[in-house]
Design a protein around this ligand. Structure first.
Ligand SMILES: [Zn+2]
Length: 327
């Protein structure tokens, strides 16, 4: 008696849950890489706005959303009544100056900053550029430059190879990973700055100075670990300094979670009171990730492989994106 009652209750709960979920399933997800695109993307609006999309994606919200992420934003398509990228660009000279032809950046700016700043991106017809007073322009300039710049710091370089195993240098692995992470983030519309863009030496103070030169930034340094006389120990390590910036632990948590998630690597260490120069002296959220041990016989072949480096880079990019989206 009691058991069948429990089963019936469970069944009822399932039916209720299912019926509540139905509308969500019909119009699809709007979240990718930790960013909720709801303000700029709506499945029904998107496919009804464009005949080619309707023909291709009716009844397939997941594929439509993928199209929006990979092509739609780049093509400047409108996918929400609230957001028209052409109007947004026309109305705000500061955005145009910052982002130029990088259309995905405008979508991301609206989600991360513009909506909260109550900027207007609504409308479906091209409007004339509004006249701006000098004061207006000045104010907008300030807030557009507050859009976060992602500073990626590939460890070592030039005469400083970092840790070495045979002919493998840490500086080359960190650079390859950072380049790929930068590519992914730029594709998503973020402004990315590297502390070094080829193989040369740059001192720690200069790396921090690049980060601190921005009004708003997030800083991630990438390194490879090593242990003497130990070819078994493996895993990723994350470092940050929560006193230098209160948001650094959240950035570190996201970067570690997405990077270990993408690779399946274990977490060896997580430090929130690190005194590494680039973390302690940073005025922005900052973390340093050690992506694995060159000394480890199991991680070494992974760390030198192109495919593993790409997985790590994807994890770093996703972690930063999720952090900036408030995760
Ligand atoms: Zn290093």
């Amino acid at each position: 008696m009691k058991k069948s009652f429990r089963i019936r209750t469970l069944l009822l709960v399932c039916i209720l849950l299912f019926s509540f979920r139905l509308p969500v399933a019909a119009s699809g997800e709007t979240t990718a890489n930790g960013v909720d695109y709801e303000a700029v993307y709506n499945y029904d609006f998107y496919i009804n706005q464009y005949a080619d999309l309707k023909a291709a994606f009716v009844g397939n919200p997941a594929a439509a959303f993928r199209h929006f992420l990979t092509n739609g934003m780049r093509e400047g398509r409108q996918a929400s009544a609230e957001f028209n990228v052409q109007l947004y660009r026309q109305r705000y000279a500061d955005l145009e100056r910052t982002f130029g032809d990088n259309l995905p950046a405008y979508y991301l700016h609206y989600i991360l900053c513009g909506k909260a700043e109550r900027r207007n991106a609504a409308g479906t017809v091209a409007a004339a550029k509004p006249a701006q007073t000098a004061a207006n322009t000045q104010k907008q300039q300030t807030s557009a430059s507050a859009f976060p710049v992602i500073v990626l710091d590939p460890g070592h370089g030039g005469t400083d190879p970092g840790c070495v195993r045979g002919k493998t240098y840490e500086k080359n692995i960190t650079f390859a990973v950072v380049l790929e992470a930068a590519r992914i983030l730029q594709e998503r519309g973020f402004a990315v700055r590297l502390t070094r863009d080829s193989d040369y030496r740059i001192v720690l103070a200069d790396r921090v100075a690049i980060s601190n030169s921005y009004e708003n930034a997030a800083f991630v340094a990438v390194h490879v670990n090593t242990l003497p006389y130990n070819n078994r120990y493996s895993g990723m390590e994350i470092f940050c300094n929560g006193e230098s910036h209160p948001e650094s632990p959240r950035l570190a948590r996201n970067v570690l979670a997405y990077t270990t998630g993408a690779t399946g690597a274990r977490t060896s260490k997580a430090v929130t009171d690190s005194f590494f120069h680039v973390l302690k002296n940073n005025s922005h959220p900052a973390c340093l990730i050690e992506i694995g041990f060159l000394s480890s016989n199991t991680e070494y072949p992974l760390l030198v492989s192109d495919s593993y480096q790409k997985l790590v880079a994807g994890g770093i990019a996703d972690g930063i994106t999720a952090f900036l989206a408030g995760q």
